[in-house]
Ligand binder design. Structure first.
Ligand code: PEP
Ligand code: MN
Length: 341
């Protein structure tokens, strides 16, 4: 249920509605919006009767929400959410490009990559310090040393840092460094981790699980928002199909579907999505063309020598060329690719 307040509702009117919700043992969730004040109700087990709310002072309407994901749905918030990240704004007309290596490896590698991708037009730096790897014998990341190197790269370039949080145990230290916390595909339904990042006041990039449906991705986002963290960015990163020529199948269907179903910004990860270096720029362009609010791309100074995901990482000049094309497509659609000053 969504309680929509009249434009002239007073703070007392809003508090009265909140109290009525709490009195029934449910949770009121403020839905910030430009055009109206609304309060989403969660925690109800059965249906909510709209009438007792409709008669309260300052209430314009009480609308049932038909989707199981509520706070992230377009029904509760018709306009696009814009998410502040540092001094940048994600979502809306502007497109952001996040770029960097799969894993942080050395100071030279991460700072050098940061400088180069910044020059090409990225606004944020990616790099894994805690890596979820399929094999326990593969490189697991530099962990806390990697976080320190990311902070150094940020200091050198001004790029904001996106890095993965793998578990609740390491969340405090990752949250201290990250400007955006990435929840990896393998953790999309790690509900304790989702709830934990819901309590942290940092934006979250939530990647779609390897075999997760669009609805499951939205339900995972709902876990985070229901805990009070509204700064969630959805990320399509490819799903498992019968195809073996590509690492995953980048489901670009998900972009317009997510945009229609949810007010949250939607990013695309073409690197993991197709997993083939030469094909990544085409899928970057495609992501922008279908309406993504940004892309996250793996870039490495020397892809064949990368400690992880070199086969899908662009080198500096490939990334630079791809950015020119991305800007052209964004421009054709009346959008702009953000740049750092
Ligand atoms: C990554 O970003 O390097 C990564 C492991 O991504 P995903 O969780 O989408 O596989
Ligand atoms: Mn990777």
């Amino acid at each position: 249920m969504l309680i929509v307040m009249k434009p002239d509702a007073t703070p007392q009117d809003i508090e009265r509605v909140n109290e009525e919700i709490r009195r029934r043992g449910w949770t009121p969730n403020a839905i910030p919006g430009n055009t109206r004040t609304a309060i989403g109700i969660t925690g109800n087990k059965g249906p909510v009767e709209p009438e007792p709310f409709r008669v309260l002072p300052g209430v314009a309407d009480a609308i049932p929400i038909s989707q199981p994901f509520k706070l992230v749905s377009r029904e509760v918030k018709p306009e696009d959410s814009q998410i502040p990240v540092g001094n940048l704004m994600v979502g809306g007309k502007t497109i952001h490009v996040i770029a960097g290596p799969c894993s942080v490896e050395t100071r030279e590698q991460i700072v050098g990559t940061a400088q180069s991708v910044k020059k090409s037009g990225a606004t944020m730096l990616r790099g894994g310090a805690f890596k979820p790897r399929t094999s326990p014998y593969e490189f697991q990341g530099l962990k806390n040393d990697g976080l320190e190197l990311l902070a150094e790269a940020r200091k050198e370039t001004g790029l904001l840092v996106v890095t993965e949080v793998k578990d609740t145990a390491t969340l405090p230290q990752v949250a201290e460094t990250a400007d955006i916390l990435q929840i990896g595909a393998r953790n999309m339904q790690n509900f304790s981790l989702l709830e934990a990042v819901g309590e942290v006041r940092k934006p979250v990039l939530l990647k779609r699980g390897l075999s997760a449906t669009i609805k499951e991705l939205l339900m995972a986002a709902e876990y985070i928002v229901a805990k009070g963290n509204t700064r969630v960015i959805l990320c399509e990163r490819g799903i498992r199909t019968f195809e073996t020529m590509t690492r995953n199948t980048l489901d670009l269907n998900a972009v317009p579907m997510l945009k229609a179903l949810s007010h949250l910004p939607v990013f695309v990860d073409p690197s993991h999505g197709i997993g083939v270096r030469k094909a990544v720029p085409a899928m970057m362009r495609a992501a922008i063309a279908v309406g993504a609010d940004g892309v996250i791309v793996e870039v490495h100074p020397d892809p064949p020598r990368a400690l992880s995901d070199g086969h899908q990482s662009l080198d500096f000049s490939e990334f630079d060329r791809a950015m020119t094309e991305v800007r052209a497509i964004a421009g054709a659609l009346g959008r702009e690719v953000a740049r750092l000053g």
